[in-house]
Each structure stands twice: as C-alpha cells, then as structure tokens.
Design a protein around this ligand. Structure first.
Ligand code: ADP
Ligand code: UDP
Length: 236
C-alpha cells in the first residue's frame, strides 16, 4: 500500500491518500488540544498509544457486530482505514456525569446514570461544535432519519461492549465521543478514533482520571495515565 499525498491535517491526526481510492492512511500525532484549540500541548507517545488502542477497540467492536473503518495497522503511528465521508456529528454517550454535562446542568461529577444518555454536537470548529438534537441534524441535512437511527443503535452497542470490556480492567467508562462515516455505497461505519483523547476513563477503585482531563485540567501525570490504560489493555 503506497502512502501518497496528505489530504488533511487535523489537531491530532493527519490523513493521507493511498493508491487505492477506497482507503486512506491516518497518522497519529502527539499534539494535544483542548477547549476548541485554545489550549495546546504535546503528550509524548500519545500518538502511538491512541493508534494502538483505537485499533484494538475497533477490532473488538467488529467482533460484536459494529462495522468500523479499521483495515490494518501499518506502524506505531499509522493505520490503513476505509475512506469515509464523515457525518458531521459528534456522538456523545455518557454513563456518569462529568465535563460539560456537570457544568451545563449544575451537578457534580460522578453521578452514575440509570441509563446511558446520548447527545449530538454539530462537528463545526468555526461554530464551536454546538450541541444539537436529532431534529436539528435532520433540518441541517447532516444525516437522514435512517442514518441517525443506525448511528444511535451502534453508539449504544459500542457503549455496552466497551463498558463491559473496561470493567474487567478496573476502569469505569464515564463518557466518550464517536464519529461515524459513510462508505462509497452509503454504508454507515464507525470512524475516527477511540482513545483517552475521546473517552473519560476513571480507575474503578480510586476514581483517578486516566484520560485527557489530566491535560485539560493540568492535573499532571498525563503520559503516565495514557500508559496505564494501555498497560491494562495489553493485559500486563
Ligand atoms: P480534527 O479534524 O477534529 O482536528 P483529527 O486531528 O483527529 O481531528 O483529524 C482526523 C480527521 O480525519 C477528522 O476530521 C476525522 O473526522 C477524519 N477521519 C477519521 N476517520 C476517517 C476516515 N476513515 N476517512 C476519512 N476521514 C476520517
Ligand atoms: N469529546 C471529544 N471531542 C470533543 C468533545 C468531547 O472527544 O470535541 C469527548 C470527551 O473526551 C469526553 C466526552 O466526549 O470523553 C464528553 O465531553 P464533554 O461534552 O463533557 O466535553 P468537555 O468536557 O470535553 O468539554
């Protein structure tokens, strides 16, 4: 597989063309941003961890019937994925209150929900990724009704699979963000990444944060936290 010209450079990853129209290569960087790019930094080794973790979790999800863009890991930082046209929705599932949920609704972090919640943000950096509901998504023609139904079903399925998986590693899956895309034939698949950049992981015993909140909130031990989750995933 030939790595051809760069199509896109985002905040955390670069995307490259390949000699196959239907495939692209994503390359994970160590760059970290928060608050819509206002806070910038580097998390040493993050790209390697996020690449491997995302690939492991996508393979696990495939086994459980969730189609993903994953094809093959090419190197520490590079993965071959199916090219999709991204549905411009950030799909957020929450099991426990944290982050913007706690802030927006005036509650403390750590309230365990009886049922997971789902919400959508319009993926648009210029607008600051505003929160929208599914009627807004339809009105804005971001996705069809059927696509939204499919996305919701997959997102809840992802939650069930990952929650169970992380529980065995003594990690509570607090919340996470997913992105979906359309293949050339319109099939919806899970895309982008699943990593400590896009999920909140708390140690089940100590409730210590093992994710990007350590960077966002200047808690220190950022690299150690990413390494710790990876270590547990590798069964060490
Ligand atoms: P951002 O664009 O938010 O800065 P990244 O740095 O992670 O994010 O950039 C990766 C970009 O690649 C994102 O815009 C993401 O939506 C897009 N992307 C993820 N998976 C695929 C895929 N399989 N095909 C095409 N684009 C993808
Ligand atoms: N998230 C993300 N990208 C975003 C916004 C949120 O990956 O642009 C993830 C975030 O890591 C967390 C979940 O989605 O796991 C919920 O984030 P929240 O809405 O609480 O926003 P934040 O606190 O990050 O502002």
């Amino acid at each position: 597989m030939k790595k051809l010209e760069q199509i896109y450079e985002g905040k955390a990853k670069k995307v490259f063309k390949t000699d196959d129209e239907a495939l692209v290569i994503v390359e994970y960087k160590d760059d970290a941003t928060a608050f819509n790019g206002l806070k910038k930094g580097t998390i040493v080794g993050k790209g390697i961890i996020n690449n491997k973790m995302s690939n492991m979790l996508m393979q696990l999800l495939e086994k459980h019937g969730v189609p993903t863009h994953y094809v093959e890991q090419l190197s520490d930082r590079e993965t071959l994925v199916k090219k999709v046209s991204i549905v411009p929705l950030e799909v957020i599932i929450r099991n426990v209150s944290a982050g913007s949920f706690a802030k927006n609704y005036g509650v403390e972090e750590g309230i365990v929900f009886e049922e997971p919640t789902i919400e959508f943000s319009y993926k648009n950096d210029a607008l600051g990724d505003p929160l929208i509901n599914q009627y807004h998504a339809l009105a804005l023609k971001l996705a069809t009704k059927e696509e939204i139904e499919t996305i919701k079903n997959y997102a809840f399925k992802v939650n069930e699979v990952l929650k169970d998986y992380f529980r065995k590693l003594n990690i509570d899956l607090i919340d996470f963000k997913l992105e979906f895309g359309r293949l050339a034939d319109g099939t919806i698949v899970l895309a982008d990444e699943i990593s400590p950049d896009t999920c909140r992981y708390w140690d089940s015993t100590t409730k210590e944060k093992l994710d990007k909140d350590r960077f966002r909130r200047d808690l220190g031990g950022v690299e150690d936290a990413y390494n710790e989750v990876m270590r547990r995933l590798m069964g060490e």
